[in-house]
Design a protein around this ligand. Sequence first.
Ligand code: IPD
Ligand code: CA
Ligand code: CA
Length: 264
Amino acid sequence: MSTQTALLKVMSDAARKAARGLNRDFGELTELQVSKKGAADFVSAADLKAEQTIFEMLQKARPGYGFLGEERGLIEGTDKTHTWIVDPLDGTTNFLHAIPHFAINIALQREGAIVAAVTYNPVTNELFWAEKGKGCFVNDKRLRVAARQHLNESVLATGIPFLGHGQHATFLKELHQISQRVAGVRRFGAAALDLAFVAAGRFDGYWERDLKPWDLAAGLLLVSEAGGKVTSAEGDEDVLGSGSICASNLELHPLILQRLRAAA
Ligand code: IPD
Ligand code: CA
Ligand code: CA
């Protein structure tokens, strides 16, 4: 039931190998106290190293595939139908601040559709994975989105715009529409894990704007394979193109969208 295919194994191995480096660097950051001044450079070096590891492993396993990574941009392959979409370190600000909540994100796009996904949390050793039509898992456990049907019992995740990034006024209007109707709103700081947590039924829903394909590609398959619904924050199917997301179960999804529309 939870046996990974050769494709998923390639992706999981790449994530685990990159994670070993990230874990070492995270340990150094928290224990050896990289000087405040050097911390940002240290983290971007860790980030680049992780992407290099993932790139090499994926490249070796599937030589013709294209590669879209946060750090190196798009590298076209000879096989125009397949592209890896990779965020080697999602939750950089957490990492930099020694907050143990970050992930490695690897997705495979085939002819425009995401067909395989891995989101790995190296700190908790939780590997979230899914393949189109085959369900969603964390390690060897099958996942389902939460069953809650009412906003007043739901905990939603979001992303708060920050210095130089995002639409601050829009976010405040959306938060105002949502926060007064739900049991809680969380901002954990790693979009990849926000989506994995929706797939796992930990969060009942999640919305955020101004994201990139590598933040979203893996998670959108995790959520849909866990039985959830994923659209842009406007309700469109083109999540990667829009850079915004609304992910939840089938009952709550329209209710969240309704609130986002009321904020517009
Ligand atoms: C960020 C995280 C964060 C989200 C930001 C992203 P990064 O990715 O996913 O949760 O709010 O917009 O850029 O920079 O840590 O890879
Ligand atoms: Ca990211
Ligand atoms: Ca990143």
